[in-house]
Design a protein. Structure first.
Length: 418
């Protein structure tokens, strides 16, 4: 099959995908400022695709409105409701670009060819058919895409991608339109070594590997979403995190280094969590897998953090998430686990985790972390170690102190490792 002249032309073009989060498009002035940034990028690069989130706290307000109308809003109708937020942003940004005499056109997720599967509110992108995007880029237009959404090609239902979905949309578009770079524009100047609101001397990381960035996102980092990072790594999409409020270069997410040796990149935290622990006394391995799948379908925001199968007859499953989701799981667990083996679920609320993230972490770094917390008088309630993270459970009231202690032990200038 011969390539069309359109595709050959686009492959010669430098394409940049920019994503602007909710704070970046929060009101008319901010939208006009974003339009100026897009205009500059178009002049510099040539072809620009922009992915936008809903304005400010619009998504939260829509969710609140839904719960004022209904005690249990259906996920389908929530998806229909929430996708309107991004549609408002995309249309307003197109209008702002028109005022700058720049041709632009806005598309919903389905118009952009973003195909998904999976449940409402937690769908995943399975394919993108960006024919309309390519055609509009060839015409010289800026294409603005509503983030966070797509369409299930089997059911024709509008779907949303869940938390961080706009990041995932932007990276997926860069992957399919490649070679293309992707910029995530947010309200901070890049990925920091810790939350700068808690650690005044936290600094922006110039470059960060995909693996460490993904781990950071999974364990509480709020700048990037893990699904987007993992997708960028899989498709080798050049990724940069920048502020939409200044012109600093931000953080570049790059291929992971292959040199050995421990390297700590950042400290992150996740507070106000709940832990749900299920223990089964019979039923076998297949039953545990069935429960995992049922919980993932019903509560996609709960993270499975442990699956221990001591014997075919005994397993322990551990999830972490919000108190609301954990309580809802507790209420519906009997139904979700179905008939069969004997299972008990308990929920522990008020959990907090502080994580040291990097590469090649060993028992030596774990001991150093525990020593730093001991010196600060902070008890370690549990410790889980992997080559890319040390996850320490601490009393929730001491979370901020723990972040400062670990940042000082590993990332203060006089403590940094080579």
């Amino acid at each position: 099959m011969h390539e069309s002249s359109l595709i050959r032309t686009l492959r010669r073009m430098a394409i940049l995908v920019q994503k602007y989060g909710g704070t970046s498009v929060d009101g008319p002035e901010r939208i006009r400022a974003v339009a100026g940034r897009v205009a500059e990028a178009r002049q510099r690069v040539g072809a620009v695709v922009v992915v936008v989130s809903a304005m400010g706290h619009a998504t939260d307000e829509l969710i609140r409105l839904a719960h004022q109308v209904s005690t249990r809003p259906s996920r389908r109708e929530l998806d229909m409701l929430l996708t309107t937020g991004e549609r408002v942003s995309m249309a307003l940004l197109a209008m702002a670009l028109h005022d700058l005499e720049i041709e632009a056109i806005s598309f919903t997720g389905s118009q952009s060819g973003i195909l998904t599967d999976g449940p409402h509110s937690a769908a995943r992108i399975v394919d993108i058919r960006p024919d309309r995007i390519r055609a509009e880029l060839e015409r010289g237009r800026v294409v603005i895409v509503a983030g966070f959404q797509g369409v299930d090609p089997k059911t024709k239902e509008i779907t949303t991608l869940g938390r961080g979905g706009s990041d995932t949309t932007a990276v997926a578009l860069a992957a399919v339109l490649g070679p293309a770079a992707c910029e995530i524009h947010t309200d901070v100047s890049g990925v920091y070594t810790a939350d700068p609101r808690l650690v005044p001397d936290a600094r922006v990381i110039d470059t960060l590997g995909y693996a460490a960035c993904s781990t950071l996102a999974h364990l509480g980092g709020r700048v990037l979403h893990a699904r987007g990072v993992d997708l960028a790594a899989r498709h080798h999409v050049p990724l940069t995190v920048r502020s939409s409020f200044d012109d600093r270069p931000g953080t570049r997410i790059v291929e992971d280094e292959t040199m050995e040796g421990p390297r700590v990149e950042a400290v992150t935290h996740r507070g106000d969590c709940a832990i749900a622990i299920a223990e089964g006394t019979s039923g076998g391995r297949g039953e545990a897998r069935g429960i995992i799948e049922a919980v993932a379908e019903a509560f996609p925001e709960l993270d499975l953090i442990a699956h221990e199968q001591a014997t075919d007859a005994h397993a322990t499953l551990v999830w972490m998430g919000s108190s609301t989701d954990a309580s809802a799981l507790e209420t519906s667990f009997r139904r979700l686990r179905g008939p069969g083996g004997e299972w008990k679920l308990r929920v522990e609320k008020g959990a907090a985790f502080v994580s040291v993230v990097g590469l090649g972490l060993t028992a030596r770094e774990a001991a150093r972390a525990e020593a730093a917390l001991e010196k600060a008088g902070i008890p370690v309630l549990a410790l889980r170690a992997t080559p890319t993270a040390l996850v320490l459970r601490v009393p929730e009231a001491r979370t901020q102190d723990a972040v400062r202690a670990l940042h000082g032990a590993f990332l203060r200038d006089d403590a940094r490792q080579v």
